[in-house]
Design a protein around this ligand. Sequence first.
Ligand code: GTP
Ligand code: MG
Length: 328
Amino acid sequence: MFSLFKKTAQPADSTVPHAPSTSSAPKGITAALGATFKQFQQAVMGDNNGDASAQRPDVAFYDALEEGLLLADVGLDTALYLVDAIQKVKPSSQQQALEIMRDKCEALFIPAEKDNALVFSADTLSILLLVGVNGAGKTTLIGKLAHQCAQQGLGVTIAAGDTFRAAAEDQLAVWAQRANASLITHPNGDAAAVMHDAITHAQEHNHQVVLLDTAGRLQNQHNLMAELQKIDGVISKVAPANSVRHNLLVLDATTGQNGLKQADIFNKAVPITGVALTKLDGSAKGGIALAIAHELNHPIQLVGTGEAIADLQAFDATAYIEGLLPTA
Ligand SMILES: Nc1nc2c(ncn2[C@@H]2O[C@H](COP(=O)(O)OP(=O)(O)OP(=O)(O)O)[C@@H](O)[C@H]2O)c(=O)[nH]1
Ligand SMILES: [Mg+2]
């Protein structure tokens, strides 16, 4: 079972304890990455992986490794970094080369894993702003998150900050009802005003979590990027001093390397504190998480592995690597 709460933390009295967060079985990262692994294995090992694994890695092996990493959408920079790092160790067998690669991949995640899991406290207001391009999965993520928080006994307020699409509000209303969360709306109104009212509402009702949805926007839509800055400013003004803020960039794993470029642009509008990687299930390209770990300064905090309410979990680098490069 999964929890969005830090796995290694010892919960203090005031902190919501770990608990199974869902009743239906969520799809794990390992399962979600099955397609990526098959593709990777085929590219690296071909059809004779058993026999080849004892052989000394040669140029053809390293070429295949690079190709496999690129097919998995690890991206050129990170693929070259990994192949180079393995070659430096001079492995004596292909099997050993893959083991070294697993270690190198794990090392990319270590700083992100250490202290960056989302932790919600029962006596502090957590304010999460979700930003990203159209269709990345922001609204769905809010629904899933609201559900998991409610299951942990936390009061949740949702801000329908996508005031451009009437359907966005309807979509959130369904999620909010399922999670028993408050939904703050201003149809056709000002997104920043919705955020303001949602945070005020959460304080008045002693809620612990505010989830702020935003309209999807492309990085070249300057007016919409400026709106994010305004939203960020309003949140800073209204957020209570002891609240904890998270600005999550929601990235669709199926859009691959493009996501890395999005991060830079969004980070200029609002300081991104973490990444939520969605649609890891629908992609044969799950390697993007390695590129994020290698090339971005933002930790991956959440992953979406399906469309169902239970398909959201804290990012677990070990499970991710096991999905991408199984040990057995
Ligand atoms: N397979 C899969 N589908 C997902 C996941 N997360 C979201 N989706 C689907 O992706 C589509 C878009 O999701 P939304 O949550 O509406 O995306 P959004 O970022 O709010 O989109 P805009 O509001 O248009 O910017 C929907 O069909 C979701 O069901 C996931 O983790 N896996
Ligand atoms: Mg949306």
